[in-house]
Structure formats: structure tokens, C-alpha cells
Design a protein around this ligand. Structure first.
Ligand code: A3P
Length: 334
């Protein structure tokens, strides 16, 4: 298949002015505070963590997606790490076995980078990511992002690349995020206020509802382009989901592989227990303030509602229903 061609990326010299431009943009944007005082700005309809605004703008302006790329999209704490391990394993299964896969020695976040968190955070633009010419490779390029659908780089929307979105019950996302952010602040306690603010929307990447609905609607309109996965469903039946996922990204398992147990092997390798127990995921850091081990906790389904009184749970469920009404998207509640 021919790669979709795009106009050449804007010239390098423009990046010199980018910092200035972002500063000017920032000063014009509404500001907010996320949990624990995180600086947020409201940009293109979503709450962006201020320190990542430049990277988001940079990836929008310069990233050139190719038809073979696979984009892993998610709202934070929805199972991104898991999805990275699974897709990396699917597309590289002819190169590696479960005894020599790079997953044994590298964090899934090192193997599949985020556009706005690590790839476009340098002063220089990554040449290979801004080029319209595809260098031949044995496997597709894998990228992750937390950017909402409406703000994705245009080249991702226009190319024939595939997008896989993983979505998780918002009550569990709140708990997961809280623990992720408070690893070193044990004095903090998760309370109903955290759920209230999350459901209102003023959180990094939020509103959650707009994020999930953006990808959900696109998955209905262009099912060949966007696959919408539910974390809870994957926990329930990973084998079926792995098969569907592999087909969607163009790497279907053969009947022979199925009988040989390749699907089960990938599921086991990428399970929370197995990844969490690896030395590489117990130590070291992915980003300066994100320890590798902070991405692996309990992976429970339905944990969130335990923090709420029945009246608050009911009220927030009503908010959720209202936000999702008419979309066809629902979350199973325990
Ligand atoms: P909990 O905090 O509820 O345990 P993300 O990868 O998007 O940051 O999401 C992190 C959440 O996914 C955490 O949830 C983490 O435990 C869970 N997780 C990480 N690896 C997983 C895996 N292999 N299987 C299932 N869940 C996983």
C-alpha cells in the first residue's frame, strides 16, 4: 500500500520561534489547577498539563504519520502500559519469543513512546518523525498518546494508520490516578472530592467524557481506523480481545499459532503479575517523576465505587449517564 503523502513539514527554523509562540498562546489560555496543584491550561477544548503544551503543539505541527503506523491512544491510567506490551508483542512475535523479548529488559514505555511526553519534548525535532518518507522496517512504528482525538496531529487522522484506544471505567481511573500521583505522598487520602473534580472535568487530559467520546464516535464512524477497547472486558477475556486486536492491526494469528498457544503465551507475558515482577519494572524511572513501578499496581475492576457512599455513587452514575447519553457508550457498574 502506498503511503499517504503530506505536504512537507514546516521548516526547522520555525521551531526556533515555537517557544515564543507557545508562551504567547499560553498567556492567552484559561488556566486551571489539577490534582495536587498541577498547572493546567485549556487548549483546543481540553485541559492540557501546561508543561506539555509545547510538545502537543509540536507533535500537531510536525508529526508525519505513515499508513503502517499504529497509534495507541488512551486517557491516562486506563491501561496504556498493558496495551503497549500487548501490541509490541503482537507485531514483533516473529522476531522474539517470550524468553528473549525486549519486554523482559525494557519498560513498555521505553518500547512504545508517547508523542507528547517524550518524542516531541526535545528542542530538536526528531527527523524520522517529521519525514513523509517511510524507511523500510520489519515492523510498524508504534506510538502512544493521551491527546484527545480532536487535537491529534492531522496526519494521524488523514493517513491510513490504525488507532487503538483503550478505555476504562472512570471510577477506577480516579483511583488509579490518585495512587499514581501520590506514591510519594502517603499522607494524602482518596476521598469523594477527587471523584467530584474528575467528573467535573478539570483534570489533565480532561474532560474524561470528551476524551472517550471523541474516540468512541470515531470508532463507530470509521471502524477500520479506530478500535475501541474496554479495559474491563479485556480483563475478563484477554484471549478473545488479543485475537481481535491482532486482526485489527493487520497481524492476525494463524490457526497454527492458536493451537501452539501463542496467544496465551502473549497474554501471560503481558499480564500485570508477570510485568510487575520483572526487575526492569521494579526499578528505574520512565520520566524523571514517573518510576517504572508506578505503572503497575492492582489492576482491579470495580475498585473505585468502594470509596463512595451509595448516594454519591448514585449521583455520579447519573452524571456519567448524562454525559454519555445518546452515544451508545456505557460502563458496566458493579
Ligand atoms: P491500577 O492503578 O488500578 O492498578 P496506565 O498504564 O494507563 O498508566 O494505567 C495504569 C493502570 O493499569 C494501573 O491500574 C495498573 O495497575 C494497570 N496495569 C498495568 N499493567 C497492566 C497489565 N499488564 N494488565 C492489566 N492492568 C495493568
Amino acid at each position: 500500500m502506498e503511503d499517504t503523502k503530506f505536504t512537507s513539514p514546516t521548516s526547522f527554523s520555525e521551531t526556533e520561534d515555537l517557544d515564543q509562540e507557545v508562551q504567547e498562546l499560553l498567556s492567552s489560555l484559561p488556566k486551571g489547577k489539577g490534582w495536587f496543584g498541577a498547572d493546567l491550561c485549556q487548549c483546543q477544548g481540553f485541559w492540557c498539563q501546561t508543561n506539555f503544551l509545547r510538545n502537543v503543539i509540536c507533535s500537531q505541527r510536525f508529526f508525519q504519520s505513515h499508513d503502517q503506523d499504529i497509534i495507541l491512544a488512551s486517557f491516562p491510567k486506563s491501561g496504556t502500559t498493558w496495551l503497549k506490551a500487548l501490541i509490541f508483542s503482537i507485531v514483533n512475535r516473529s522476531r522474539y519469543t517470550s524468553s528473549n523479548t525486549p519486554l523482559l529488559t525494557s519498560s513498555p514505555h521505553k518500547l512504545v513512546s508517547f508523542l507528547e511526553l517524550d518524542l516531541f519534548d526535545k528542542k530538536e525535532l526528531p527527523i524520522d518523525l517529521i519525514s513523509t518518507t517511510r524507511t523500510p522496517s520489519t515492523s510498524p512504528r508504534l506510538f502512544a498518546t493521551h491527546i484527545p482525538y480532536s487535537s491529534l496531529p492531522e496526519s494521524i487522522k488523514k493517513s491510513n494508520c490504525r488507532i487503538v484506544y483503550i478505555c476504562r471505567n472512570p471510577f477506577d481511573v480516579v483511583v488509579s490516578w490518585f495512587h499514581f500521583l501520590t506514591q510519594h505522598k502517603h499522607a494524602e487520602k482518596l476521598d469523594e472530592e477527587h471523584f467530584e473534580s474528575f467528573f467535573k472535568g478539570e483534570v489533565a487530559g480532561g474532560p474524561f467524557w470528551d476524551h472517550v467520546l471523541g474516540f468512541w464516535k470515531e470508532s463507530l464512524e470509521r471502524p477500520h481506523k479506530v478500535s475501541f477497547l474496554m479495559y474491563d472486558d479485556m480483563k475478563e477475556d484477554i484471549v478473545t480481545h488479543l485475537k481481535r486486536l491482532a486482526e485489527f492491526i493487520g497481524y492476525p494469528f494463524s490457526t497454527e499459532e492458536e493451537t501452539q498457544g501463542v496467544i496465551r503465551e502473549i497474554a501471560t507475558l503481558c499480564s500485570l503479575k508477570s510485568l510487575k515482577d520483572l526487575e526492569v519494572n521494579k526499578s528505574g524511572n520512565y520520566l524523571p517523576d514517573h518510576a517504572n513501578n508506578s505503572f503497575f499496581r492492582k489492576g482491579k475492576v470495580g475498585e473505585g465505587v468502594n470509596y463512595l457512599s451509595s448516594s454519591t455513587k448514585q449521583r455520579l452514575e447519573n452524571v456519567m449517564q448524562e454525559k454519555l447519553s445518546g452515544s451508545g457508550l456505557t460502563f458496566k457498574m458493579s
